[in-house]
Design a protein around this ligand. Structure first.
Ligand SMILES: CCCCCCCCCCCCC/C=C/C(=O)SCCNC(=O)CCNC(=O)[C@H](O)C(C)(C)COP(=O)(O)OP(=O)(O)OC[C@H]1O[C@@H](n2cnc3c(N)ncnc32)[C@H](O)[C@@H]1OP(=O)(O)O
Length: 241
């Protein structure tokens, strides 16, 4: 039995078909979506490599890939929708944490605080994200086309062991590096008095976001370890016997 067939229960009223994955319209949409996303992250990888070869430094890297990063990382919000409408069986909550934390990092931290764009942590999370996404979206594409090279499957469920902690470290270092600028400029903060009698401290908010990685990241990592066991580990071998 393939891991796709070994899926959980049907999502009621969804377009997901019993044991066979998504229905044909949803499958067509997902194939298109995953191909576009693979291509986007591949282009980003090529831009990063070319930048490194030409400049030999990470200074200016973020600015040079910012537009394409924003497009394809923001496009990942559709994944939350895919789970919510039931065309993929992933958890809406875990996917929402994963995607929203990265969209937040791109728009509200990296792109909003020019002072930190040349930090090495940018290179760290960009590299981790890019490798992950090329493998992940090509894994989904090949799976949907029922032609999945074993290496892609293995890479999907193995690379994260190292890339997840690396990516998360890069993200946390970057938010930490943004704190002095946010404190100094009052970026996105609202202070009293004002007509709405409402205040918001973005500096404190960033600290709360950093702290929220402590309970949430282990859950994502453990989930991926569980998926690895199911697909290429002990559980998959037992089912195949
Ligand atoms: C203001 C907001 C602040 C919020 C603050 C919150 C704090 C958050 C802390 C955590 C931050 C994390 C930041 C992230 C960093 C990085 O990414 S670093 C780089 C390394 N990253 C990774 O390796 C990512 C690994 N994580 C994931 O892949 C996802 O997040 C996931 C949700 C954990 C994935 O889980 P899941 O979807 O369940 O796994 P899969 O095995 O891939 O899929 C399950 C089934 O669903 C099918 N499917 C999923 N998506 C698609 C798709 N697009 N197309 C087709 N099919 C799809 C998949 O094929 C599986 O189906 P079956 O084979 O039938 O089981």
């Amino acid at each position: 039995m393939s891991h796709r067939e070994a899926n959980g229960p049907l999502v009621p009223g969804s377009v997901r078909k019993a044991r066979g994955g998504p229905g044909s319209v949803a499958r067509l949409w997902l194939v298109t979506y995953n191909i576009v996303m693979t291509a986007g992250w591949l282009v980003l990888a090529i831009c990063m490599i070319r930048f490194g070869l030409n400049k030999g430094s990470n200074k200016g890297l973020y600015r040079s890939v910012e537009k394409i990063l924003k497009i394809f990382q923001t496009g990942a919000l559709l994944e939350v929708l895919h789970c919510a409408v039931g065309i993929v069986p992933s958890s809406v909550l875990l996917t929402a944490f994963q995607v929203s934390s990265r969209v937040f990092l791109v728009w509200a931290v990296a792109s909003s605080v020019p002072d930190i764009q040349n930090e090495y942590s940018v290179l760290l999370f960009l590299t981790a994200w890019t490798i992950t996404e090329i493998v992940r979206y090509s894994f989904y594409t090949f799976s949907l086309l029922n032609f999945l090279p074993y290496f892609i499957k293995w890479a999907r469920y193995s690379f994260f062991i190292l890339l997840y902690p690396l990516g998360v470290s890069g993200e946390l270092f970057l938010i930490y590096a943004a704190l002095p600028y946010v404190h100094k400029t009052g970026l996105y903060s609202i202070s009293l008095p004002n007509a709405y009698n409402f205040s918001f401290d973005y500096y404190i908010f960033l600290i709360i976001v950093m702290l929220s990685y402590i309970p949430i990241f282990p859950q994502l990592y453990l989930h991926m370890l569980g998926q690895r066991r199911k697909v290429i580990g002990g559980a998959a071998k037992t089912k195949g016997e």
